[in-house]
Design a protein around this ligand. Structure first.
Ligand code: TEU
Length: 573
C-alpha cells in the first residue's frame, strides 16, 4: 500500500556524531559538520538519519552517559546547531531520529550528584538503585550482577561523613548509574524529555537498552549461567549447548529462566505510555525504535505490538553467520513473529557496537560470537569480507521492511583492527583489561577525500581515533561516480528500492532457495512488479531461472545467467 506510514519501508542512516564530519577541526565530529554534509545523504538516497547521542556528557561511554538530556555537549555544538541540523534535514526530505538513553544517566547528571549529596533514604537516592551492601559492614555488593562492560555491576559510595556507604547499580560503566523506573518521577522526567525533542521537530527516538529499564523486584541474585547476563544474548537458549533439545524448545517458545535485569514485563508499560505521548503529536508520525537484545524473536516482537514501539532492531539477522540455512531461518521467523503482531521488520547489519560487517563476514564463520573480535583473534580476510558484505547488503535491502545503515558501510569500510591500544577509549576495553578489544574499531572518523588532511573528515589533520591506511582509497571522492564502487552500488540499490517500493512488498521463498542459496521473490501487492533476490553462499555458481533479467549484482559480472560464490543479484521476473 502506497499510503503506508513513512517508517514501514524507511532506510535510516546512522550517524555517529563524533566520527562523521568535523566542522571546527578539533578532531571530533560535530553538528555543524553533519549539517554541511547532509546533501551527501540525500544523494545516497536514504529516508532518515538516526544520530547517536549528542547531549551534554563527560563521554565516559562516548555520550551514552548523559549529564543533561535537554542540551548539546559543547564538543558537538549548541541547541541552535541542533535546530539548524533538523531544519536542513527536513528541507532535504530527510527525517531525524535522535537517541534516547533512559536506562541510566551519567554520574555527573544533576540528579545523581543530588543523590550522592542527599544520603541514604532520601527521595534523591530513590531515583536510582541504591542499596545497602551485604556481608560484614556491607562490604559485599547487594547482589551478584556483573556490569556488561566487565567487573561488578555495583559501586560503593562514600557518605558525607567519610564512611563507606551504600552501593548503586550500574549495568554498564561505573559512571552510568541505572535509574529506578519504579519511581514515577523517572517516568515523568522522560515523558518531558520526549516532549522537549518532539517540540524541536524530531521524527523519532532510538531507545537505548530498551530491554533493561525495569529490573526484577527484589533484585535477586542470578543463579543461572553468567553468560546469559551479557546484554547481547539474554536467551536461556544461549546457555545451552547447540543442538540441545531443551535449547530447541526454548528457541521455539521463549520459555526458560529470564535474567533479572533483562526483558522484564514492566518495560512494556513504559513504551505504552511513550507511544500514546507520540500519537498525540501533530503528524507526520513520530517513531520509537527499540535497541533490545532480546531472544527469541517471539519475545522481541512484543516490543512492536501496536500500542508500543514502531520498530525493533533485528539483531538475530546481524548476529547470524554467513550461512544460508541459518539466515533463511532468521528471515522466516522474523516475518512470522512480526506478522503475528502486525509490525514490519527492521533489518540491520552494523552499528557502533559491533564489528563492521565488511570485516565480520571475513572472519572465520565458526567463531561463536560473530559480532565481536577478541584481542587474540585472527585478522579478517578483507577481500572476502567486502565481497560478502556487498551481497549481505543486497539481501537486506531486498527484503520488505525498514533497514538501518551504519555510517561508512556504504563505502565498504572495514573494522580498524590494528589500532594501537593507547588510542582505545571504549570502557569495555578498559574494564576487561584489554581482554575484550572493545568497539573503537568501528567508530573511526569517516574518510571523505583521499588527499586531504584527516581524509576530509575536518579542516585539520586531527582525528580522535587514528584512521587506518586502508581508509584513504575508500574515501567518498574515490568512489563517487565510479562504476562498481560500493558507494555506487548502495546508491543504485537505494534508488531501485525506492522506485519499486521493495520495502513495502511481500516476500515468498523462490524454488532456488535451499542448501547454500537464499532466494525469494519480493512482489508488490498488485502483482505488477516481481523482483527475484538471489544470494549464493555456496561454492558452485547458481543458475538463474530462464527469462530473469538481472538489474543489480553485488560482485563480478553475472555471465550466462549464473550467480558466482558470495554474490547477490536482483532480477526482474
Ligand atoms: O548498547 C547496549 C548493549 O547492551 C550492547 O550493545 C553493548 O554496548 C555491548 O554489549 C558492549 O560490548 C547501548 C549502546 O548502543 C552502547 O553504545 C552503549 O555503550 C550502551 O547501550 C550503554 O548505554
Amino acid at each position: 500500500p502506497s499510503d503506508a506510514p513513512w517508517w514501514h519501508d524507511a532506510v535510516i542512516y546512522q550517524i555517529y556524531p563524533r566520527s562523521w564530519a568535523d566542522g571546527d577541526g578539533d578532531g571530533v565530529g560535530d553538528l555543524p559538520g553533519i549539517t554541511s554534509r547532509l546533501p551527501y545523504l540525500r544523494d545516497l538516497g536514504v529516508d532518515a538519519i538516526w544520530l547517536s547521542p549528542f547531549y551534554v556528557s563527560p563521554m565516559h561511554d562516548a555520550g551514552y552517559d548523559v549529564a543533561n538530556y535537554r542540551d548539546i555537549d559543547p564538543v558537538f555544538g549548541s541547541l541552535t546547531d541542533a535546530d539548524a541540523l533538523i531544519d536542513t534535514a527536513h528541507d532535504l526530505g530527510l527525517k531525524v531520529i535522535v537517541d534516547l538513553v533512559p536506562n541510566h544517566s551519567s554520574s555527573e547528571h544533576e540528579w545523581f550528584r543530588a543523590a550522592l549529596a542527599a544520603g541514604p533514604g532520601s527521595p534523591e537516592r530513590a531515583r536510582y538503585v541504591f542499596r545497602e551492601g551485604r556481608g560484614e559492614n556491607g562490604e559485599e555488593p547487594p547482589n551478584n550482577w556483573p556490569s556488561v562492560f566487565g567487573g561488578e555491576g555495583w559501586t560503593r559510595v562514600t557518605e558525607a561523613d567519610g564512611s563507606p556507604g551504600q552501593w548503586y547499580l550500574h549495568i554498564f560503566d561505573t559512571t552510568q548509574p541505572d535509574y529506578d523506573w519504579t519511581n514515577p518521577e523517572v517516568g515523568d522526567e522522560f515523558a518531558s524529555i520526549l516532549q522537549f525533542w518532539c517540540d524541536r521537530g524530531v521524527d523519532g527516538f532510538r531507545v537505548d537498552v530498551a530491554h533493561g529499564l525495569v529490573k526484577e523486584e527484589g533484585l535477586p541474585d542470578w543463579d543461572g549461567p553468567m553468560q546469559m547476563l551479557d546484554a547481547t544474548d539474554t536467551s536461556a537458549e544461549a546457555a545451552l549447548p547447540p543442538g540441545d533439545e531443551e535449547s530447541a524448545r526454548i528457541h521455539e517458545t521463549g520459555d526458560g529462566p529470564r535474567p533479572p535485569m533483562w526483558d522484564q514485563e514492566g518495560v512494556h508499560d513504559i513504551y505504552r505510555r511513550w507511544r500514546s505521548l507520540l500519537d498525540e503529536q501533530p503528524s507526520p508520525e513520530r517513531i520509537l525504535c527499540a535497541e533490545a537484545w532480546v531472544k527469541p524473536e517471539s519475545r522481541l516482537a512484543r516490543y512492536v505490538r501496536s500500542d508500543e514501539m514502531h520498530q525493533a532492531f533485528n539483531f538475530d539477522f546481524l548476529d547470524t553467520h554467513w550461512n544460508a540455512e541459518k539466515l533463511r531461518a532468521v528471515i522466516t521467523t522474523s516475518f512470522r513473529e512480526n506478522d503475528a503482531v502486525g509490525a514490519p521488520t527492521t533489518w540491520v547489519l552494523s552499528n557502533h557496537d559491533v564489528v563492521r560487517h565488511a570485516s565480520r563476514l571475513g572472519l572465520d564463520q565458526s567463531l561463536p560470537r560473530p559480532n565481536g573480535i577478541a584481542a587474540d583473534q585472527a585478522q579478517p580476510d578483507a577481500a572476502l569480507g567486502l565481497r560478502r558484505a556487498r551481497a549481505a547488503t543486497m539481501l537486506m535491502l531486498g527484503l520488505p521492511g525498514s533497514s538501518y545503515v551504519y555510517q561508512g558501510e556504504e563505502l565498504g569500510l572495514p573494522e580498524s583492527t590494528d589500532m594501537p591500544h593507547e588510542f582505545r577509549q571504549d570502557p569495555t576495553f578498559h574494564r576487561t583489561e584489554g581482554k575484550e578489544i572493545g568497539r573503537d574499531g568501528c567508530r573511526v572518523p569517516m574518510p571523505w577525500v583521499k588527499d586531504a588532511p584527516s581524509l576530509g573528515f575536518g579542516p585539520s589533520d586531527r582525528t580522535w581515533l587514528p584512521q587506518p591506511a586502508s581508509y584513504g582509497p575508500l574515501a567518498v571522492d574515490q568512489q563517487d561516480g565510479v562504476e562498481g564502487s560500493t558507494l555506487e552500488l548502495y546508491r543504485s540499490l537505494l534508488s531501485a528500492r525506492r522506485t519499486d517500493r521493495l520495502g513495502l512488498g511481500s516476500a515468498q521463498w523462490h524454488k532456488l532457495s535451499g542448501g547454500d542459496v537464499i532466494a525469494f521473490v519480493n512482489a508488490s501487492a498488485d502483482g505488477s512488479r516481481r523482483t527475484l533476490v538471489v544470494v549464493n553462499l555456496g561454492a558452485d555458481p547458481v543458475e538463474l531461472p530462464e527469462g530473469a533479467m538481472v538489474t543489480h549484482a553485488s560482485g563480478d559480472r553475472v555471465d550466462d545467467g549464473r550467480v558466482p560464490t558470495d554474490v547477490a543479484v536482483w532480477a526482474r521476473i
